[in-house]
Design a protein around this ligand. Structure first.
Ligand code: SAH
Length: 248
């Protein structure tokens, strides 16, 4: 078998944030596999077949990629941000583990990308300058009780917290509950960053105290970062800078 599967991160949106390594892999690919809006970021060219599929079919998509590689294709599976962060790399390995033994001989590589959390943090300052954690607020693949437990314990441990998938049309209420848990654990003054469409032309950043944070400030294009007890805002004429000092 001479085919390969590369699972590549396209970064948060700005083409300048695609790594040269990922750009090379895309240029060498025979087939691109991924969720429709991510595949739409790849310009068509001769010799390249684009396979765009809907959300929530990650395992089918992964099997398809592995099957094509077993047939000799150079397949790139694309994710936004980093492919190992709530994205396709783990899905491909789930399919590999459950699939035929001969898939394990394939050349499979993961190429990192700039994850939304880091792009959002950089756009606002340095809110992740001390210890932090990342939590996916979607309950598609885990029970809501577990999300609440992790939120409570992370707040108790005084981590800054980065929240992916804060709110969607199919999950309108979870984020309001998450804000309630945070208010109980962190108090009203804790700064919260809402970073929407980070690195894209329509990027917006809002920093508000927890007491002013409302569910409608977040959607599926928003990264939410809650500060730790040490996180603070420096006011400048060019706008607020959100940062967490390096020492506890
Ligand atoms: N693998 C991706 C994350 C996939 S989960 C990564 O590493 O970035 C999808 C969630 O990521 C979205 O709901 C949103 O919370 C966040 N996200 C992705 N791109 C974003 C962007 N440009 N701006 C703000 N949030 C983004």
């Amino acid at each position: 078998m001479t085919g390969s599967v590369i699972i590549a991160g396209l970064g948060p949106g700005n083409p300048d944030m695609v790594t040269p390594e990922v750009a090379d892999a895309l240029a060498q690919a025979t087939d691109i596999v991924g969720y429709i809006p991510y595949v739409a970021r790849i310009p068509p060219r001769d010799g390249l077949t684009l396979h765009a599929s809907d959300n929530r079919v990650e395992i089918d998509r992964s099997r398809h990629a592995l099957e094509m590689a077993a047939g000799g294709k150079r397949v790139v599976v694309v994710s936004s941000g980093d492919p190992g962060v709530f994205a396709m790399a783990a899905a491909v390995f789930e399919a590999l583990e459950a699939g035929p033994q001969d898939w394990r001989a394939l050349d499979i590589r993961v190429l990192p990308g700039i994850t939304a959390m880091l792009a959002a943090a950089a756009a606002a300052g340095a809110p992740l300058g001390h210890d932090f954690c990342a939590i996916n607020l979607s309950d598609n693949l885990k029970p809501w009780d577990l999300i609440e437990k992790r939120l409570r314990l992370a707040a108790e441990a005084d981590f800054a917290m980065a929240f992916y998938n804060p709110r969607s049309k199919s999950r309108p209420d979870g984020f309001a509950r998450a804000l309630d848990v945070l208010r109980e654990a962190c108090g009203d003054a804790r700064p919260i960053l809402f970073a929407r469409n980070v690195s894209r032309p329509d990027q917006t950043l809002r920093i508000v105290p927890l007491t002013d944070a409302t569910p409608d400030m977040a959607d599926m294009r928003t990264m939410v970062i809650a500060g730790s007890s040490a996180t603070r805002v420096i006011d400048t004429p060019r706008g607020p800078i959100l940062y967490t000092p390096r020492s506890a």
